[in-house]
Design a protein around this ligand. Sequence first.
Ligand SMILES: Cc1cc2nc3c(=O)[nH]c(=O)nc-3n(C[C@H](O)[C@H](O)[C@H](O)COP(=O)(O)OP(=O)(O)OC[C@H]3O[C@@H](n4cnc5c(N)ncnc54)[C@H](O)[C@@H]3O)c2cc1C
Length: 419
Amino acid sequence: MAIDFTLSDAQRELQAGARAFAENVLRGVHDVISKHPKHEDRFYSTKPFYKEMANAGFVKALIPAEFGGAPMSTLEFAIAAEELASVDVNVASTLLATALGLEPIVRFGSEEQKQRFLPDFVRNGGELLAALASTEVTGGANYDSEDPTAGTRTFAIREGDFWVINGAKHYTTNGTGWDGKGAHLFSVVCRTDPKLPPRESLAVIVVPGNAPGIKITGFIDTIGHRATVSPRVEFENVRVPFDNMIGVPGDGMKIVPKTFSWTAAIIGAACTGVMRTAFEYALNFAKTDKRSGPVPIIEYQNVGYMLADMKMRIEAARYMTWKACHYLDQTDRAGDELAIMVKVYCSELCVQVVYDAMRLVGVDSYSVDCPLSRLLQDALCFPLYDGGNMGVRRRQLHNMFKQPNYDSRAAAESRVPSE
Ligand SMILES: Cc1cc2nc3c(=O)[nH]c(=O)nc-3n(C[C@H](O)[C@H](O)[C@H](O)COP(=O)(O)OP(=O)(O)OC[C@H]3O[C@@H](n4cnc5c(N)ncnc54)[C@H](O)[C@@H]3O)c2cc1C
């Protein structure tokens, strides 16, 4: 049988385990973070939850077995991610940000770099955070601009056996670490020469969080993902060894988008989890609440139709996500077209579905005490982060379609796309 969406016994076990973890552990996040008015304190208060997530194997799941990890396939990760995000997006986002920080090393690092940077996260995964510092305070969308006077403004200039890094980033999720002093490790997107275009100068350099010159200069209080921290981080004359660069100058052009491909697929699953929770809330409300009328509102046609539309979108999102993850796994991540599409499609669908759930429930959904209002605030982030859907469409999908050898059927037919 070529196409079969039945989960294997192992996948069902993973799903049940993640569901139980979400219910037994993550269900407590909301009460804990609600006690803290300051954004950074909300984040710090999630550390015990993150540690439990690490103990449950989710950090090791990011690391190849040769370096002590216990990797999950992308599909397995997605199955678990739907469960986690259906209960809480904050701690799951902290994990996703660690994945973003480690992914350049895991996918593109040398054996020596993997050996140097990854085992810490196996030994001490609950205590340590990684971060990807890509977005510049002046904007992230044009990081790869061909014009050398524009684009990424963080520079790493070679001085003998060192790179000296200067620049200012923001939305660097996990940038504070758990103690406010910095993540354990930053993968910093930078350029090595202000006169050279990105194809010759864009690079990713691994920077230990305790390197002198790293400063957390501000916090951004966000309307959703209330306990995920994405601060402003400055790098002032930060010196790191020459061999901390992943690949060579110019390799950033492939490392950065490929790093976002994996998270793109997983975000599809997170969106499915959030939509599912919104749907279940709306369904329960419709079946049990009469709104001073004679019958529960599910008896009205418009309510039934809305529920049908919401449910169809959720099912479509889930299976497209699974296919995108499977395609990434089958092609050693070379086939990322569907992953990128899943990020865009599911995130915009998620905003729509949560909003529809609110329309269905009506005015009570607007109260801060209603879970739907929180879900909408969380959902609004999905199209905006991880490259932003406008940018993802433009830089990735549009560019892909423009290639003379673009093969529009490769994904559907599970073939590796031509480079
Ligand atoms: C909660 C959260 C967590 C995040 N975590 C991280 C992280 O860990 N690391 C990290 O590096 N970043 C992170 N980000 C930033 C995120 O990835 C951004 O989505 C990304 O930097 C791009 O944002 P943008 O497209 O809005 O860029 P901006 O540069 O702010 O652009 C603003 C608008 O202008 C448009 N625009 C700009 N230039 C062009 C152009 N040439 N053509 C067409 N349109 C253009 C964009 O499409 C966009 O609509 C995070 C963001 C959030 C909200």
